[in-house]
Design a protein around this ligand. Sequence first.
Ligand code: WT7
Length: 634
Amino acid sequence: MNDFHINSTKKYNNSYKKSVESPEAFWGELASKNFIWKEKWSKVVDFDFNKAKISWFKNAKLNITVNCLDRHAESDPNKTAIIFEPNNPDEKNKSYTYSELLKEVCKMANVLKKLGVKKGDRVCIYLPMIPELAFSVLACARIGAIHSVVFAGFSSNALATRIDDCESTLIITSDGSFRGDKTLNLKKIVDDALKICKTDQRVLLVKRTNESVNLVEKRDFLLDNLIINIEDTCEAEIMDAEDPLFILYTSGSTGKPKGMVHSCGGYMVYTSYTFKNIFQYEENDIYWCTADIGWITGHSYILYGPLSNGATTIMFEGVPSYPDFSRFWQIVDKYKVNQFYTAPTAIRALAKQGVRFLENNNLSSLKVLGTVGEPINEEAWQWYNIHVGKDKCPIVDTWWQTETGGILISSSPKVVPDKPTWATKPFIGVQPILIDENGNELDKANVVGKLCIKYPWPSIARTIWGNHQRYVDTYFSAFENMYFTGDGAFKDEDGNFRITGRVDDVIIVSGHNLGTAPIEDAINEHDNIAESAIVGFPHEIKGNALYGFVTLKSKSENITKIKNEINSLISKKIGPIAKLDKIQITTGLPKTRSGKIMRRILRKIASNQTENLGDISTLLNPDVVQEIINNYQK
Ligand code: WT7
């Protein structure tokens, strides 16, 4: 027996054992029994980690939207699929049943076809959290176009880089977006991006804010015009299990973002199975994940995971602080939310506001709380547990990555007990190990090591768009025959994992994965900047914040001006999320004799921990260290 619903520790143990001992039998049976396939596979899993070649359900045929929409529209047409909660609480909400959602997706799919989009084409989606974002994503999947959603907080430069990298042919955007009391003119950002793009694009424009926009003839099309009289059925394109479903960009430790490619079959099976069991979603539950669909969390656990389970999933357009800091709790009360999934940074920001914002809302519907994106500190965990969960809701601290497609390590209510600040146990099928400095497996308890995974799971990314070698180099070259996550972790004697943070040049700020290299590249474009190094330092709300050490080409009287220019360059090149909290102008950066910047030292200085800097005598320029310490920015 191999139930889809794992609701006891015993079932988890049995399934885990089977998934490790005979992965093919395990996943083959699970996939076969719980999903609709047009044709079955010839092989469940095939892989060579050293070449980063991985396939799941080889030669199987399916369409993920049939599993997310059609089957529920048939069995339970009036069940609510998506609830849309607008930014402004005075605006009426909207909800879509499975039958309505299927129609909306088909209409959008027909619009895409009308614009010439075909199977395998890339469609860039740059939209706020409005229903059309969900329709667009699923419409692409319907017709086999590869969606590349770009978070609508990225700048025109960042957008242009992503458009050019995947050579999309169409970009779906809106006139503007509402965020709290602000509006942002997205169309203008797209127009600016298209000025620098090397590839020709068409633009499909969704109306949201109704502000006036510039429309370019033959390039820009209004959805409102194209959707008139369009058919509300659209046959699902038959996809190979290994055909790409989407590309999603994540930052890396070199300048260019990595377009992680996820494929149809394995991604569907794994996100669906993890959603059901980690959140213990039951038939009539209302589930809410506060992430943006522009990130992997939104892809997997607002759309594909919940919808493939026939769940009711909330899409929230706004921010936790608008109209005031009670907004999340009002929404929980309004819809009687059962599972609530958010980020530690949001929890810390809300905790700081005090409990009075929780007081007038009834949170008794909550059964499960979740966190994702970064390690959660004990204080935030306890606040979440006591004030939101009233000490009766298990907290699932879900560890995963854009690259992993779905949650790999997490507790699960009734199944794997939670433990404050610990992600706990690997999910079924996941085989994590810790590796020491010399590349050896650490099989004892209570040690810290580099977190690797030694066997593929169905939703592992298949490649980096246009650069398979970079995929091999980044994830499969550090250690032989395993996937290297870039994180460090600690393991206890019961096999629980606690994530200690990144061990590479990626910094997690407010749950956003930021590479230091792209930020440094942006800064270095400043005329008077010779060199820069960005490191993270602990921050009360954001988890980590960014500290920039910058050297100038020629002395400047106006340091404030330079600092402002640095942050506006970053905003322009990447987006406001990557702005520096502290900037220190220095005459040099500590370097090794081979010229490599010693970030380890800068990290310590930025964290104000200068007692134990280690041996700095071998540096090329040891004197600069004292200068940097003396001018440390509080
Ligand atoms: C990195 C991946 C997975 C969706 C959101 C972020 C960190 C993620 C946790 C957690 C400790 C976590 C890791 C990981 N991270 N979840 N529960 N505990 N750290 O996706 O942008 O690809 O970032 O986020 O460092 O490698 P991402």
